[in-house]
Design a protein around this ligand. Structure first.
Ligand code: NG6
Ligand code: CA
Length: 501
């Protein structure tokens, strides 16, 4: 399926620069977890100061209409790595910590494209795309996993910080495991004698507000059960330092050849556990503090790139896997201490929502010396990274990454527009952005997700919004523009197939 374009191969081997080809830059895709559109200073936040990430806005392009494909994590990440809409894959939904890998081994993926182009590829941070075949023995190498879908190196948190197993894996082996204390994981039943958040609240330093009352690690109860593996359990407060150090080392060790890092931050997803250095720094409690911690982490990566003299040879993309949420299951004062911080900017909705707040996210692309800094209104999606980067490095993807569009010109600031249309999803529900219009079909379901207090976007009637005139999606124009509505519905019916149930 992959075909390595000859010109680029020559370029690599002979080391000459063809006039219409670029030297392959290192590529780093940084993904925050649940960071909203309004949370960076560069996107208008007056309450949080994010100089680390903002460097990428200053020396790169800040996209105002950059999207992920889904308002939750697993499907959104599926979209980035495969270039396929997550609603086409029944299994691309929020996964348990013991779920099997939902990518097919050997399939074309963003890292496999770069592998083909001679890059050394790594994923460092949160994975949440499943591991193994469904019956994992955590005490052996877990396979298939990142290596089987194009990553040469992996250092990952298996699912989410709030799900078992609460261990890290390096190259698909649990780190720090002792043979005498094997790790077992279950999402059905607790293991006999093991404490839980539900039965042993006295052991908790952070209490759940909904769910999250099963196995306890480090004074925090999670979703899912586990037993054993005590020597391998992570300390939440150290995760940021660990992932940052691993990424910095990877950069230093691979500086001679092109590399790709998919650096997936675990912040500000729950449980929010800032290192002591960041506690109290935001004035917003743990949620704000971990955003500052994530910002530090990104700053450290950029610093390492600069120290190695690689800044002009490195393309960095920063984005978020879905929109923001305040109370996502723990009492951590995210709601109480939010003050004037506007997580959404002018958008409506948030994580889990069909409205723009679910999927319109910070989106920065920086490559000093090659990309001229600026602000772009082009419609671009993380889904497009696969085809765009393939075109940049000269790999033909044939019928792989089927929904990914080559928008490299827009990403480089050389075109004002990106893609013309985009389907976004929340759970099993899908909406359509086309041109300036945003269409949400009628859906049954509560208008507000009760536990998180976020508008779902569900309504029993058709919804049609003009994004340029109504960024907050307040005025439903379905009745005023029957012709547009008809066109949107027709396009939707024609292209949105294989629905998830
Ligand atoms: C939800 C969890 C939420 C979060 C989410 C996944 C409960 C009550 N809520 O089911 O806390 O873990 O799944 O988030 O358990 S995501 O960003 O990884 O998609
Ligand atoms: Ca997420």
């Amino acid at each position: 399926m992959l075909r390595f374009v000859k010109g680029f191969a020559i370029l690599l081997t002979v080391g000459i620069t063809a006039c219409n080809t670029v030297d392959p830059p290192n590529i780093i895709v940084i993904l925050a977890d649940d960071l909203g559109y309004g949370e960076l200073s560069s996107y208008g936040s007056t309450e949080l100061n994010t100089p680390g990430i903002d460097q990428l806005a200053t020396d790169g392009i800040r996209f105002t209409q950059g999207y992920c494909t889904s308002a939750t994590c697993t499907p959104s990440r599926y979209g980035i790595l495969t270039g396929e809409y997550p609603w086409k894959n029944e299994r691309a939904r929020i996964l348990r910590g013991d779920a099997p890998l939902i990518l097919k081994p050997g399939m074309l993926t963003l890292p496999s494209i770069l592998n083909e182009a001679g890059y050394t590829t790594a994923v460092i941070g949160k994975w949440h795309l499943g591991l193994g075949n469904g019956n994992v023995n955590w005490n052996e190498r877990v396979s298939p996993g990142p290596a089987e879908v194009g990553f040469d190196y992996s250092y990952i948190l298996a699912a989410t910080q709030d799900r078992t197993p609460t261990v890290l894996l390096e190259n698909q082996k649990v780190i720090g495991l002792s043979q005498n204390d094997p790790l077992e994981v279950s999402y059905k039943n607790n293991f006999e004698g093991e404490p839980t958040g539900k039965n042993n609240p006295e052991m908790l330093k952070m209490h759940p507000s909904h769910g999250h009352n099963q196995s306890i690690t480090n004074g925090i109860s999670r979703i899912g059960y586990q037993r054993g593996g005590k020597s391998a359990m992570w300390i939440d407060e150290d995760l940021a330092d660990t992932f940052t150090n691993v990424a910095v080392n990877f950069i230093r060790e691979n500086k001679e050849n092109p590399f790709f890092i998919y650096f997936t931050l675990h912040q500000p997803h729950v449980p929010r556990t800032p290192h002591a250095r960041f506690v109290g720094k935001s004035g917003m409690g743990p949620r704000g503090d971990v955003i500052l911690e994530a910002d530090w982490s990104v700053g450290k990566l950029i610093e390492a790139i600069e120290e190695e003299g690689l800044r002009e040879k490195t393309l960095i993309v920063f984005s978020s896997d879905n929109g923001p949420v305040l109370d996502d299951g723990y009492h951590d004062q995210a709601v109480e201490l939010i003050g004037d911080h506007n997580v959404l900017g002018a958008l409506r909705g948030g994580k889990y929502s069909l409205f723009d707040g679910g999927t319109r996210v910070p989106f920065l692309v920086s490559w000093p010396g090659t990309i001229k800094p600026g602000v772009s209104e082009a419609l671009v999606c993380q889904l497009d990274l696969a085809a765009s980067i393939a075109s940049l490095v000269g790999v033909e993807i044939g019928d792989g990454a089927p929904d990914s569009q080559d928008v490299m010109k827009a990403l480089m600031g050389k075109a004002k527009s990106g893609r013309d249309e985009l389907f976004v999803e929340a759970g099993s529900k899908v909406a359509l952005r086309k041109g300036d219009w945003f269409y949400i079909p009628p859906y049954k379901g509560a208008a507000i997700h009760g536990s998180v207090n976020i508008e779902s976007g569900c309504s029993t009637v058709d919804q049609l919004y003009s994004i340029s005139k109504d960024i907050g999606q307040k005025n439903n124009l379905a009745k005023d523009y029957p012709e547009v509505l008809k066109e949107m519905k027709a396009y939707y019916a024609e292209h949105k197939k294989n629905p998830k149930k």
